[in-house]
Design a protein around this ligand. Structure first.
Ligand code: FES
Ligand SMILES: [Fe+2]
Length: 361
C-alpha cells in the first residue's frame, strides 16, 4: 500500500481518516498471524501517561508514536516520511508533531503541513501523510488498532467506570513472553496451589473440579470456586483461608476480566481484576493491569496494589520460562488434562480467529 513516502501528486485527493498498516520488516510473526492479529484493538498506553510529549511504543513489531493534542490522542507510525528518523525524537507545537531532523510538521491527521526548507507558500501534496491509526480512550487506557477497520469492539466492563468501585492500576509491565501465554496464565486455575503459595495459593487444594466453559459472542467465560490461602499479608484479614468465587470473562484475543466474590465479606463484595495484554512482538508483551473493588474502602491503595504486584511477580518468571514463548495453538504440541479445559478452550478460540499452527513455530 501507499506508505506516504511515494506520494508526489499535489492534486486534491480523498484521504481516509485512518490507515491500515502493512506487516513491518523485520517481523517476528508469520504473515498470517500478523494479518489476523493486526485487526484487533490493543492497549498501548495508560491515558495518564500520554501528554504533548511524544512517546514510543511497539505493537505487533510496528514502532508507533503516541501523543496528545487538543483534539485527542494521535497514534502514528514512528517514522518521518522525509528521511526515516524517529518522530518520538521530535516535539509538539500547536498540536502539530515536528520532526527533530529537518523540522517537517505533521497535523493530527498525519498530513505534512510545512517543510521548512521550502518557501512557506509551496504547496505540499495532501498525500504526504503519516500512517495514523484508529484510537480510543476507555478505562483509562489508550487503545489502537493497526487496521483502519477494527474487527472487534473494546471489552464491555461497566465496573471499570462505576464510581461505586475503587479503581487502581499498575504501571505497564513488559514481559518476555507472548501476549497469549500471559493471558493463558491469567485464565489458568491449576497453578494457584503451586505458584501462588506466597499469596492466595492453598497447597491443600490442588484438585480441580469440573468447570463449565461457556462460549460468548466475544470470547468465553467460566466460574471457579477456590478455597484460597489467606496469609497475614493479605488485605482480607488474617483467617487462614477464604472462599473466592472467581468468574472469568475473556474478550478475545487478549483481554480478561476476573470478578472475585468473597461470600464471607457479604453479598456483593467484589474484587475485579482486568488483565489487558498488548503484543509487542511474538515473544514480548506488555500487560496493562488494573483492579476495581467495591468493599473495604479503608484498605490503603498501596496495600492492595502491593498484593496484586506480588501475585504478578509470582507468575512472571514461570511464564517467561515457557517455551516456545508463543502459545501452541495446535493441541497436539503440549499435553493436556481435564483441569486444562479452560485453557484448551482458549486455544481453540484463538484457532477460530485464524491463528494456526504457525503460531508455535
Ligand atoms: S527526517 Fe524528518 S524532517 Fe527530515
Ligand atoms: Fe497466577
Amino acid at each position: 500500500m501507499d506508505d506516504g513516502r511515494t506520494a508526489v501528486s499535489d492534486g486534491s485527493v480523498e484521504v481516509p481518516p485512518y490507515h491500515s498498516a502493512v506487516m513491518p520488516e523485520p517481523c517476528t510473526f508469520s504473515p498470517r498471524e500478523w494479518e489476523v492479529l493486526s485487526g484487533f484493538w490493543y492497549p498501548v498506553a495508560w491515558s495518564a501517561d500520554v501528554s504533548d510529549r511524544p512517546v514510543g511504543v511497539t505493537l505487533l513489531d510496528e514502532d508507533l508514536v503516541v501523543y496528545r493534542t487538543s483534539g485527542g490522542v494521535v497514534v502514528a507510525r514512528d517514522l518521518c516520511l522525509h528521511r526515516g528518523s524517529r518522530l518520538t525524537l521530535g516535539w509538539i507545537e500547536g498540536d502539530e508533531l515536528i520532526c527533530c531532523y529537518h523540522g517537517w510538521r505533521y497535523s493530527v491527521d498525519g498530513r505534512c503541513t510545512r517543510i521548512p526548507s521550502q518557501p512557506a507558500d509551496r504547496k505540499i501534496s495532501p498525500r504526504v501523510r503519516l500512517l495514523t491509526f484508529p484510537v480510543l480512550e476507555r478505562y483509562g487506557i489508550v487503545w489502537t488498532c493497526l487496521s483502519a477497520e477494527p474487527k472487534n469492539e473494546l471489552p464491555k466492563w461497566p465496573e471499570a467506570e462505576d464510581p461505586r468501585f475503587r479503581r487502581l492500576g499498575l504501571p505497564a509491565q513488559e514481559w518476555a513472553t507472548s501476549a497469549a501465554r500471559q493471558v493463558e496464565n491469567f485464565l489458568d486455575v491449576s497453578h494457584f496451589s503451586f505458584v501462588h503459595t506466597g499469596t492466595f495459593g492453598n497447597p491443600d487444594r490442588t484438585e480441580i473440579a469440573d468447570v463449565d466453559v461457556e462460549l460468548t459472542p466475544y470470547g468465553l467465560r467460566y466460574e471457579f470456586p477456590y478455597l484460597a490461602g489467606n496469609p497475614a499479608s493479605s488485605p482480607l484479614g488474617s483467617q487462614p483461608n477464604i472462599m473466592r468465587v472467581m468468574n472469568y470473562d475473556l474478550t478475545l484475543p487478549f483481554c480478561a476480566r476476573l470478578a472475585i466474590r468473597y461470600p464471607e465479606k457479604g453479598g456483593d463484595a467484589t474484587h475485579i481484576i482486568f488483565d489487558c495484554a498488548s503484543p509487542v512482538s511474538a515473544k514480548r508483551m506488555r500487560v496493562f493491569f488494573f483492579i476495581a473493588r467495591n468493599f473495604d474502602p479503608h484498605t490503603p491503595s498501596e496495600e492492595l496494589m502491593a498484593w496484586e504486584s506480588k501475585i504478578l511477580s509470582e507468575d512472571q518468571p514461570v511464564v517467561q520460562s515457557q517455551r516456545p514463548e508463543e502459545l501452541p495453538i495446535d493441541l497436539a504440541e503440549e499435553l493436556h488434562v481435564q483441569a486444562d479445559r479452560m485453557t484448551i478452550a482458549y486455544r481453540k478460540e484463538l484457532a477460530k480467529l485464524g491463528l494456526g499452527p504457525a503460531y508455535s513455530r
